[in-house]
Ligand binder design. Structure first.
Ligand code: GDP
Ligand code: MN
Length: 334
């Protein structure tokens, strides 16, 4: 490090940014406006105001004029507002509604988080199977998922979309954590049967060792680790691929989005771990991020002492007993 009394700062600013074919995307409800603006303000200040990527907002109900006015005011780039088609936000025909209601009641009684919520199930299914084909997203290759009420602690001094593209990455994450087993009792069984039926979709150098311990492979038990999908920067064309389309349809037929409470996080994570070669998955170690209740902060000296980040590197989920990041590092060779 240079002596502290004399320090020249490099201002990383591109006056005429080259953008990738990408959008920031937020699925959100009108009443979440304050939390949406708070997330936007941070992403804008830390990154986007130098790039002016467009924002895409999706909702199962019409956005209010107030929501549109405030979010378009906060955005440095263009904004678009889309409605989720009704049929992508309701029980599909093959689902037995009585059985689904009974399952919700039981999971609510069991105090499973969001166990009794039908809209949460619609949301998880939508994020698993549909958002990437929304008419407003079809023109894009890349997205960055942003949720209301997140914290984004560090300056991003480069374009992560460009990084993803230049390095042939398809999926990325910051936090990895185990799923609640009670929400996905049969997800792994369904996945094992899918892999048996369609071996051609399983990638050669995949990341199965992230989700199954002790090199047991697809026949081994799921360890419940998943990439926390409230943050994602990823390739929309991966979700649109034949392999993922088939996988989602398979799961949707099984009915676990409604008979259990399958989350988009384990679905995306299992898919990325099986259908992509592991080099195509990236951990953003330089991003400081919080989604309640967990926070992670870059730990390297440069991030810590330069003022790039405003978080405490000692309060970091990476090393927490619940964190699945050590498993990721084992397979990614860190
Ligand atoms: P959690 O992160 O699992 O606790 O769930 P959230 O409540 O944060 O929901 C995940 C994402 O989906 C957030 O971006 C929410 O704004 C959004 N979301 C959840 N439920 C609904 C809903 O019923 N309608 C809409 N439009 N968005 C929803
Ligand atoms: Mn959330």
């Amino acid at each position: 490090m240079e002596p502290l009394h004399r320090r020249q700062r490099k201002i990383h600013c591109d006056p005429d940014p080259v953008r990738q074919n990408a959008t920031l995307v937020m699925l959100v409800r009108n009443f979440e406006i304050d939390d949406a603006l708070s997330s936007m303000r941070q992403i804008e200040d830390r990154f986007n105001r130098r790039y002016r990527y467009p924002w895409t907002f999706l909702n199962d109900e019409e956005f209010t004029q107030e929501f549109i006015q405030l979010t378009s005011g906060m955005a440095s780039g263009d904004t678009e507002y889309g409605l989720v088609p009704k049929e992508e936000w309701s029980w599909p025909d093959h689902i037995d509604r009585q059985k689904s209601r009974a399952s919700m009641k039981k999971m609510e009684d069991d105090e499973v988080i969001y166990g009794g919520s039908l809209t949460y199930r619609h949301m998880c299914r939508y994020n698993s199977g549909f958002f990437f084909n929304h008419p407003l997203l079809l023109k894009y290759d890349w997205y960055w998922r942003v949720e209301p009420s997140i914290e984004f602690y560090c300056d991003m001094n480069y374009d992560p979309f460009k990084f993803m593209k230049d390095n042939n990455k398809a999926y990325s994450f910051v936090i990895a954590i185990p799923e609640y087993p009670k929400t996905i009792p049969t997800l792994w069984d369904a996945t094992q049967r899918f892999a048996e039926r369609y071996p051609k979709y399983i990638a050669k150098d995949n990341a199965i060792d992230f989700i199954v311990d002790d090199h047991k492979g697809i026949k081994g038990p799921y360890n419940f680790c998943h990439f926390w999908s409230n943050f994602e920067i990823a390739d929309l064309n991966f979700w649109r691929s034949e392999a993922y389309t088939k996988y989602f349809q398979w799961l949707d037929e099984e009915g676990g989005f409604y008979y259990e409470r399958w989350g988009d996080a384990p679905v995306h994570s299992i898919a990325a771990s099986l259908l992509l070669s592991r080099e195509r998955i990236h951990h953003f170690a330089d991003i400081g991020y919080k989604h309640t209740p967990w926070l992670r902060c870059p730990t390297d000296d440069e991030s810590y002492f330069s003022g790039r980040c405003l978080c405490n590197r000692h309060e970091n989920f990476d090393e927490h007993v619940f964190s699945c990041l050590p498993k990721w590092f084992q397979i990614a060779g860190k």
